[in-house]
Design a protein. Structure first.
Length: 116
């Protein structure tokens, strides 16, 4: 199904109305905003999340979000940009799974804690 939008003519062009195919515009990869999957390392745990604006989301973690209170002070451990929400969500689910946590543990080993 094609979506069309009718626009008035441009100055100096044919006086008829012009049509623009919206289907081709929405299918362009450059039209889509990438989605970021990120891993935060807190004092006691790691947090895996997904966002379309990483800096805004990190600020939310630092100030008012429930997850920010759970992990405490944190550092960004890992980020991945993916082209669409569906693939980013699949990657997030993998990183939250047992295999994903094992992959993170191998790639980013936790520093041993000093005895209290």
């Amino acid at each position: 199904m094609r979506l069309w939008r009718i626009y008035p003519p441009l100055a100096g062009s044919n006086p008829g109305l012009r049509r623009i195919n919206l289907t081709s515009l929405t299918n362009e990869a450059s039209f889509m905003k990438p989605i970021t999957v990120y891993v935060l390392e807190g004092e006691a745990r790691r947090y895996v999340g997904i966002t379309n604006h990483l800096q805004r989301r990190l600020a939310e973690h630092r100030t008012s979000s429930h997850s920010g209170r759970l992990i405490g002070a944190f550092a960004v451990l890992h980020t991945e940009s993916l082209p669409d929400y569906a693939s980013a969500r699949r990657r997030e689910r993998f990183l939250k799974s047992g295999q994903g946590r094992a992959w993170l543990a191998v790639r980013y080993p936790k520093a041993p804690r000093a005895p209290a």
